[in-house]
Design a protein around this ligand. Sequence first.
Ligand code: LLP
Length: 426
Amino acid sequence: MFTIKNHLEVKNNHLLIGGADTTALAEQYGTPLYVTNEARIIENFSAYRKAFPKADIYYAAKANGSFAIMRILARQGAGTDVFSYGELYMALLAGIPREKILFNGNSKTDFELQKAVELGVKVSVDSQDELHTLSGIAERTGKTAEIAFRVNPDVSTPTHPKISTGLRTSKFGIPAEEVVDTYREASGLPGIAPCGIHCHIGSQILDTEPFVEATQKMMDLVKEVVELGIDLKFVDMGSGLGIPYKKGEQTPKPQDLADAILPVFNDRTQALGTSPKLILEPGRYIVADTTILLTRVNTVKKAAKNFVGVDAGFNLLIRPAMYDSYHYVVVANKASSPPEEIYTVVGPICETGDIFAKDRELPRVEKGDLIALLDAGAYGFSMSSQYNGRPRCAEALVKDGEADIIRSSEGIEDLMAKQKLPARLM
Ligand code: LLP
């Protein structure tokens, strides 16, 4: 037995996850199949806990909102960052206490704001417009909305432009120079209790420097807001810590992030004589490497490239098509066989961009082989669709070598589930 990447082991030429043989899982449950290792979720969450013992960790539900995964994290004491009423509903059902939820979003509906107020969940307010809507709702319902403002700190991040969120031109947050005035206004509005401040600069960031810059900028604002007489109970620095998608890649860990930002945070809060709680909202780091996507080889074709056609497409894992992102590939039934040829692994979707992995050295691949796409736990299933008439696949959760299905695969009937014909077309 040896380890192929992180917690994933190889035994008798087969890839194992959480002690379960992936070839047996594929046989039993069919493919495509998402498989998550429960122990790894807990390890990753604990790494954050240990690095930030005094902070609250609000898991970002968007990364993977599967109910069993939310429940595991709720039991670990996680709070959550939600971006829709759907995520809020699921988080509460999973057992995340309402006091540990922050409702984020740059374009919330009035219904969503109403729900947040009714349920007593903190709201990260993204615009002055939203502030006024929220104040109106709070006044009408006789409740007080606890809020933070989402700050656009104007920090550039070395990541894919589609997931850089704190640039001056990005759609998220209130420009840093307007933030203090917005707090001043908020403190005079009925039904509004400003009690925190929030930012999030991007995702899959592999350098701690942008986090330090963001912390400094946020603490400058905290100082000004506190000087207004507003009691800030929390500073939410969002998330963005990346993971090593490539094997052997050296990337910062939660402890490195803590070593970089806590001195700034602690010094600055001490100087102010306040003690706001630090909140962090990791998504990717908690779940990305916990999960693989198992997919069966339908066909191997030698053309301009050596194509391996598998039964999962970008409808199930859109990251490579959307962000050109890299996912490590293992031939799960030949996991310790030596590499022999260069292959490009593609899905069955009718789009040229439906490519999971380009030009990878793999053992000889044949029809019927099982491919594992690694690090698929974050923004994998949660971004899936039924594009090209493809029902979504099942999800399995493994613990101590035993698997449970935590989401059944969709069938053809699910493609029709919500569709109706007008009478004239009957
Ligand atoms: N907090 C807020 C306000 C966010 O917008 C996000 C992610 C997070 C926390 C979690 O960030 P993380 O720890 O996962 O970096 N679909 C893209 C990533 C989009 C991230 C959106 N926001 C991907 O597959 O790379």
